[in-house]
Write a protein that binds this ligand. Sequence first.
Ligand code: G3H
Length: 346
Amino acid sequence: MSEERVFPFGAPFAIGRVPAADGAEESTSSQDHGRNPGMPLKTDWFEEMRINASAVERRAGTLATRRGLKKQWQAAWLLKALMSIDLTTLAGDDTPARVRRLCAKARRPLRTDLVEALGLAEMPKVAAVCVYPTMVGPAVKALDGSGIPVASVATGFPAGLMPLPLRLEEIRYAVSQGASEIDIVITRAHVFAQDWQALYDEVAAMREASGAAHMKAILATGDLKTFQNVYSASMVAMMAGADFIKTSTGKEDVNATLPVSLVMVRAIRDYLERTGVKIGFKPAGGLKTAKDALAWQILMKEELGRDWLERDLFRIGASSLLGDIERHIEQFLTGRPSSAMRHAVG
Ligand SMILES: O=C[C@H](O)COP(=O)(O)O
């Protein structure tokens, strides 16, 4: 496979760059957008908001098709998606051995021959490894020296139905084990009761317990029932200091969907307009295909812009997406369909 076939726009892009949709390479150097300082609760920012559900569904439905990525850019976008993955294992039968295997994959998510064929100077890495609190220690050890952060779910994941002091203690435990990112779950009942003060107070307390660790707030949107609830919960989580808002635990009946993600990214856009603060977005749960990854990348770029293709503002939470991305990159490089059995599961 000649370099020209793979990169008709010229020299291979460097890690941390992604070609523009029109093919022009544009720098989007990774920058740390820092922490969300949060702000006092202002319910008037969302209580008056009316969301037109059919307009949301329509817009989400056209997003993935509106901007068909030119075939020659797809490998670059998929590589970018791979580098945005929070590679996850959150199963009752997780063991340190499984977590070590996952960390080995996080360090080397692509086969060496594919890395070479892409003309990359170094092995790309996933954005983070995401595990349960008791698996943080083994993950930190296995990732030592790699620069890959460990994210821990906490606060009684996935249901969140534990007393708040225990949920806060769980955060502190995960941080003490070396987690530098904490994925919290909100109390859904506060949303059903429209008790925004209670929701704000719990998320703010979780943010404080996270200390220097970046905090992602999982809204469990499949439980929240209405777009209105999703928008309001997004706003409250951001006001309370969440650095990222995340759709789902992967355990709800309905996990990440494009319409719900659209509502969340619009909330991020509104928050940015009002405060100047950039909040990250993490779709999670049920994202398994390269096509899914591209659809969410298009959503980010169309709705929020190029900065939200970088992993400091965009993550994909997934336990079984990497294999399909690797398969599609190989298919792109060879021009032939690649069999799933040639790739590691996950
Ligand atoms: O936070 C990440 C999710 O739990 C992953 O869900 P998944 O197993 O459906 O990919």
